[in-house]
Design a binder for this molecule. Structure first.
Ligand SMILES: NC(=O)c1ccc[n+]([C@@H]2O[C@H](COP(=O)([O-])OP(=O)(O)OC[C@H]3O[C@@H](n4cnc5c(N)ncnc54)[C@H](O)[C@@H]3O)[C@@H](O)[C@H]2O)c1
Length: 287
């Protein structure tokens, strides 16, 4: 199966009903993949599959909460029995919690760690195991280094950029970066590639659904609206992120900063972490 072309490949994408998830599902569908679009919001995933079918691809939509271990087990088993072992898994579903650490309650932490970190752990563990088992039965072809499959974990520039405004979000994304590096090392022998994708700001719905801690409901609604407007003004469409994800799979890249600010922050995090520590102290202008 030529994974570089995605022809005949099976791709699973979580959070496929919106933003990067939808754009990535469609980018893979356009290149010949059969797509499994999973989202906690079934209708939005179904809409993505309709769009994929309009591109000539096959696909199916599933409702799954990536934070729910049992639901993810059933989902992975269902994908294997209804379709087969996937060739590409994009652990993309994610949410944002913004506001100071001391205002971030236990439930806020449980929610964001559940979706952003446990969601990636479940997806990587369950589908990674399936891929490894399948590799055992495949003939070796050294010219196809990631023939065993590819796992893409959507982290963020927040994964290497500390911020007093986004402690919970940054923490989960840093964990996703490290998880991806460790997993990449482990799965290399099975010819399974792992990539952490780290976008900067992009124009999706993430701010609209964000939780702002330590403020009233009214203020939260205002901050969501402002955040949403700011992301739209950034004018970085999810389709561009999807193109970088596709490229990362084809080239089997380990870590992929996406867009200008992410590249810049990544470079600063390596050459001058002290500068990022200073930046981290600045309160967000959107507050
Ligand atoms: N938009 C940005 O600026 C930006 C930047 C860096 C990283 N990211 C990351 O990109 C990923 C995608 O976010 P987006 O910006 O496309 O946001 P989005 O809100 O447009 O899309 C997220 C999708 O995930 C789904 N989802 C949420 N919780 C879920 C759960 N528990 N189980 C299954 N599906 C769930 C939502 O229903 C939605 O369809 C996230 O991991 C996010 O942290 C976004």
């Amino acid at each position: 199966m030529p994974i570089a072309q995605f022809d005949g490949a099976l791709a699973v994408v979580t959070g496929a009903g919106s933003g990067f998830g939808r754009a990535t599902t469609l980018a893979l569908a356009e290149r010949g993949a059969t797509v499994v679009a999973a989202d906690i919001d079934l209708e939005s995933a179904e809409r993505t599959v309709v769009l994929a079918k309009a591109l000539g691809a096959s696909g199916a939509a599933y409702q799954v909460d990536v934070a729910d271990a049992g639901a993810m087990e059933s989902f992975a088993a269902q994908v294997r029995s209804v379709h087969r072992v996937p060739d590409i898994v994009v652990n993309n579903a994610g949410i944002a919690v913004a506001g100071p650490f001391l205002d971030t309650g236990l439930q806020d932490w449980e929610r964001i760690v559940g979706v952003n970190l446990w969601g990636v752990i479940h997806g990587s563990r369950l589908f990674g195991r399936q891929m490894v088992e399948r590799v055992g039965s495949l003939p070796t072809k050294p010219d196809r280094p990631n023939k065993g499959g590819h796992i893409v974990n959507i982290a963020s520039a927040a994964g290497f950029t500390p911020s007093r405004e986004l402690p919970a979000y940054c923490t989960t994304k840093a964990a996703v970066v490290m998880l991806s590096e460790c997993l990449r090392a482990e799965l290399a022998a099975s010819r399974i590639g792992v990539t952490a994708v780290c976008p900067g700001f992009a124009s999706t719905n993430i701010a609209r659904n964000a939780t702002y801690v330590g403020v009233s409901e009214r203020e939260q609604a205002r901050l969501r609206e402002r955040g949403q407007r700011a992301l739209q003004l950034r004018r970085y469409p999810p389709e561009k992120v999807a193109e970088r994800i596709v490229e990362a799979i084809v080239k089997n890249k380990p870590l992929v900063p996406v867009n200008f600010e992410s590249h810049l922050l990544h470079a600063i995090s390596r050459v001058s972490p002290a500068s990022l520590r200073l930046l981290a102290r600045i309160p967000a202008p959107l507050r």
